[in-house]
Design a protein around this ligand. Structure first.
Ligand SMILES: [Zn+2]
Ligand SMILES: [Zn+2]
Length: 533
């Protein structure tokens, strides 16, 4: 009669059989001593920790004895590293097929475990827990080395010099197993990039074993703040899809409602008003629990910037009784007569009209000026909200018919319409749902969100700080605010009226990262997160 073996977690019959020197698990499973066990576990693949197995005496090679008889001898199997697995709580995953991703940007803390996205704190951070298992108990020295996957992102020496998170452990480290012939370690770092994969290679006592590959992702939460009574993007699926390609999981928390703001201009007071309203909604959300890895997305109707009190003129006008209306073009004389849109139908209570007057030809004194009432000024075209001309009635001005002069109008016009905004120094981005008086489609809003989220994630890198090297088409300013990518258009002095092909071009419209930005998005370090706005 042999000895007894109590099944431990992670063990299978084959492994137990091998450990005791049997060629096949059937020698154990089909042995008469294990008849009761076999009856209780009719499927040999489904055994449980705590099950008891009888280990019969193994028939070794038969040695010739001096008496000519036979006796059984024990054969010591060579010491081998049987497995390298990744630890997940009480389990050890040793197979390639059962490896959940390592979420490399989150610190290893139980507070992130939510049983859906994050199943174990062991799957967080750049240092996964690893278990090495020899085929025999005892203290066995061995070395471990991180093996990067063949398609992993490559970091330059300059990048690695700027940020230690870009590096994975390259040295082989020495360890010794515990008495049971296994060892759990958690001091080997993998890289911080998404979509990368790493295996662990163990060597010792003339034996080597490389474990399965572990895939890496980053996780970021989104907290939408939707305006009451106003439309907003109905789905962020394309934003999530674009970031999934870069190994960044974008998870949406339940949206909250925020009081409506019709427009956020470049005036700091508008930003303050937005923050106050958005904070009230954000405070009610689950976002606090996800800080600093949550980005708040507020929606507004417009992100328009106003130029107030701009002057437009039309000379050689004949005014007075019987004279026809004249039309004044709204153009920026200081800027090559560029056509401008009047500040119309953007913010309730804010109009385009400031003042109007008729100045007699050669007039120099106030007596030579006649005020034109607002009622005599009509913005054109009559239909729609994008108005670029003013029709002025001159027949009822109190001047003799045919008096020659100049009409001088002071108006508010639209300096620019922005599609989105990344509020600096915090976790708030703003997406506008209207531009130039048309609704932005879901696709437009997603494109803007990919872009603004990109800024938060360190796109487009310019080689500064702890960021990545500058990408080939990176530019700063040149008609846009911030660091952007001009893929698709040649290097030029200004990109203000150009159309690039990358979602990180300075003007909105594209959905996807260019190949260089896609690579950078995979490589960015997302471990810092953002402070709450
Ligand atoms: Zn931008
Ligand atoms: Zn790009």
């Amino acid at each position: 009669m042999g000895k007894k073996h109590v099944v431990k977690r992670g063990e299978c019959l084959s492994r137990i059989a091998r450990a005791y020197g049997f060629k096949s698990y059937r020698e154990l499973y089909d042995h008469p001593d294990n008849a009761a066990f076999k009856a209780r576990r009719p499927d040999p693949n489904l055994i449980q920790p705590g099950d008891e197995l009888q280990i019969p005496e193994r028939k070794g090679s038969k040695a010739e004895g001096s008496t000519g008889g036979t006796e059984e001898v024990k054969v010591e199997l060579p010491l081998v590293i049987e497995a390298v697995g990744f630890v997940q709580d009480a389990e050890v995953r040793e197979d390639a097929t059962d490896q959940p991703a390592q979420i490399v940007n989150l610190p290893r803390d139980a507070k992130w475990v939510d049983d859906t996205l994050v199943k174990s704190k062991d799957r967080l951070g750049q240092k996964p827990r690893i278990r090495v298992r020899f085929n025999r108990p005892g203290k066995h020295p061995f070395k471990l080395q991180v093996v990067p996957g063949p398609k992993n992102a490559a970091y330059t020496g300059a990048e690695e010099g700027r940020n230690a998170h870009y590096k994975h452990e390259t040295a082989a480290r020495d360890y010794t197993t515990d008495d049971d012939g296994t060892k759990v370690v958690d001091d080997l770092a993998v890289g911080c990039a998404g979509k990368d994969a790493y295996a662990i290679r163990a060597t010792g006592d003339g034996t080597a074993h490389t474990g399965p590959f572990l895939g890496c992702v980053r996780l970021v939460w989104l907290q939408e703040l939707k305006m009451k009574g106003a439309p907003a993007a109905t789905t962020l699926a394309s934003t999530r899809g674009e970031y999934a390609k870069a190994g960044i999981l974008v998870e949406q928390l339940a949206a909250e409602e925020v009081d409506r703001l019709e427009n956020i201009s470049a005036d700091p007071a508008d930003t303050t008003a937005l923050k106050d309203k958005a904070r009230a909604a954000y405070g009610k959300s689950k976002a606090k629990d996800k800080e600093p890895y949550v980005v708040a997305v507020a929606y507004t109707d417009h992100l328009a910037v106003k130029d107030a009190g701009k002057e437009i003129q039309l000379s050689d006008v004949r005014a007075g009784p019987g004279r026809s209306d004249v039309v004044v073009d709204v153009v920026d004389a200081a800027n090559g007569n560029r056509v401008k849109s009047l500040w119309n139908d953007i913010v309730t209570g804010e109009g385009w009209f400031v003042s109007a007057r008729f100045v007699k030809e050669g007039g120099t004194s106030p007596a030579d000026e006649v005020a034109i009432p607002q009622a005599s000024c009509t913005a054109l075209p009559a239909a729609g909200s994008d108005k670029t001309q003013v029709q002025v009635k001159v027949s009822d001005l109190s001047v003799p018919s045919g008096t020659k002069g100049t009409i001088v109008l002071k108006v508010n016009w639209v300096n620019r319409m922005r599609a989105g905004l990344s509020i600096p120094g915090g976790n708030l981005v703003v997406i506008c749902t209207r531009a130039w008086w048309r609704a932005e489609s879901d696709a437009d809003q997603n494109s803007t969100l990919v872009h603004e989220l990109g800024h938060h994630l360190g796109m487009v890198p310019d080689g500064g700080g702890t960021g990545l090297d500058a990408t080939p088409n990176q530019y700063t300013g040149k008609g846009h605010v911030g660091s952007h990518c001009h893929a698709g258009v040649p290097d030029q002095a200004s990109y203000a009226s150009a159309a690039g092909t990358c979602v990180m071009f300075g003007a909105s419209g594209n959905m996807a990262f260019c190949p260089d930005c896609a690579k950078a998005a995979c490589k960015v370090d997302v471990s810092k997160g953002w402070t709450a706005f």
